[in-house]
Design a protein around this ligand. Structure first.
Ligand SMILES: [Zn+2]
Length: 434
């Protein structure tokens, strides 16, 4: 003991204390070193231009652009087209056939020789309209703020930072801002054809839909619709259940729906919802609406149900459809039923490539001192445009602004997190395109 103490004191102890102090002092510097000088320039640009970013968000929100307002969508598109052209992008507006009744999309492209070829996605249409930009404290209220004009601003200002610091010069980037994400035009082969072509010229896709503080989207569920039509023999109510009459269309529908509920419900990420139902003697189908006529002394002749089906993989969707078809085929006496499925937005299943992009974003976030980023539970968000291309290349979504109230009145984006989201995106793009 004495020998050890003699060896440590006092000169050796002093050395240990000095070394400890040096380690403590060096800690912040070793952290700062994780951000390169080139990356630091991006952060400085973003800090100096946050007010400008908020002003652009105000301008974009005050141009109303619900999907069906084609002129409004094009006006927002023109704002971003000019901004991207000023950064050296070859920017153009892609029109859709008039019968599709969609505004079209903004496509901006620049080619380079270094790093990964990146496709950046956003959308400029909104579901609702009517609420102008209004700043209250650190929140920006207004239709389309968080979903997703603030995300478009994050995307643009990350590129502006790269351009200003000379880091965009050799990068290969395609920006696509769609004008009909909230209600994609039919047929999707046409309305998403340019996006799929852009994905084929890219190595990965980043999408700027509204995000969370420390989560990113590595998987999104797909959405599809179904239509159940049940027919039955009809006549005097007192004859129901007789072999000559059968059980009526409403009991058959009840059987089908309760068997869906009992045997298909509960699988992770799979949901099905009989959303609208109408039954009786006659049912009229007019677009999304169903109306019916009938009397209590008549066995019902017809039921129509419209529903949706959400899924995490195409296999899960097909397996659920097969189970639903089998249940529909087992008709009660005197009834027949038919179910038809309609494809909507595909799913974005979690893939190793998506997880690798998440790992890189997490590294960026931690290097910036913004904490860990983890994958968002796919059950926590709806379907989105990115899923049209993630079967072709790895992707990450939810890189946009944080906020709330999407698709509802009172929608808002958080302005205090806007610089953080732009910095994460800019540094990630910087590293991907070296
Ligand atoms: Zn959206």
């Amino acid at each position: 003991m004495t020998a050890i103490c003699k060896r440590l004191c006092p000169a050796a102890l002093r050395k240990i204390v000095v070394a400890f102090v040096l380690v403590v002092l060096a800690a912040p510097f070793s952290c700062a070193q994780k951000i390169s000088p080139g990356e630091q320039k991006l952060l400085d640009y973003i800090d100096a231009h946050t007010t400008e970013a908020v002003a652009l968000l105000e301008k974009a929100v005050n141009l109303e652009s619900p999907t069906e307002n084609l002129a409004g969508v094009r006006a927002v598109g023109a704002v971003f087209k000019n901004e991207l052209a000023a950064l050296g992008f070859n920017a153009s507006w892609i029109t859709m056939p008039p019968e599709m009744k969609r505004a079209g999309h903004l496509l901006a492209e620049k080619s380079g020789t270094k790093g990964k070829r990146v496709l950046l996605l956003g959308h400029i249409d909104t579901v609702l309209h009517g609420e102008n930009f209004q700043r209250r404290g650190n929140k920006a209220f207004g239709t389309g703020t968080s979903d997703m004009k603030a995300g478009d601003v994050v995307l643009l200002f990350a590129l502006k930072a790269l351009h200003d610091t000379g880091a965009l010069k050799d990068a290969s980037i395609i920006v696509m801002l769609t004008g009909d994400e909230e209600d994609s035009g039919d047929p999707v082969e046409t309305s998403r054809g340019d996006m799929i072509a852009a994905a084929k010229r890219s190595d990965l896709v980043l999408s700027f839909e509204n995000g969370g503080s420390n989560v990113a989207t590595i998987a999104r569920r797909g959405a599809s619709d179904w239509l159940l039509e049940v027919s039955a023999r009809t006549g005097h109510s007192s004859a129901i259940f007789k072999p000559s009459m059968g059980d009526g269309a409403i009991f058959e529908t009840a059987r089908i729906l309760s068997q869906f509920y009992e045997t298909i419900r509960g699988e992770q990420y799979l949901t099905f919802n009989p959303s609208v139902i109408s039954g009786g003697t006659e049912v009229e189908v007019k677009e999304q609406n169903l109306t019916t006529r009938g009397k209590t002394n008549v066995v019902p002749a017809r039921v129509v149900v419209r529903g949706d089906l959400r899924f995490i993989t195409a296999e899960q969707k097909e397996a659920a459809r097969a189970k639903m078809r089998a249940i529909v085929a087992r008709s009660l006496p005197g009834t027949t039923a038919k179910i038809t499925f309609f494809d909507g937005i595909p799913s974005m299943p979690p893939s190793p490539g998506n997880y690798e992009l998440l790992r890189q974003l997490d590294r960026v976030s931690q290097d910036l001192g913004f904490g860990k980023v983890v994958g968002l539970d796919p059950g926590e968000r709806g379907a989105g445009d990115v899923a049209y291309v993630t079967h072709l290349l790895p992707g990450l979504d939810g890189l946009g602004a944080t906020g709330g109230g999407a698709h509802a009145k009172g929608e808002y984006a958080d302005l205090d997190t806007l610089p953080r989201q732009i910095k994460r995106a800019a540094v990630l793009l910087y590293r991907l395109t070296r």
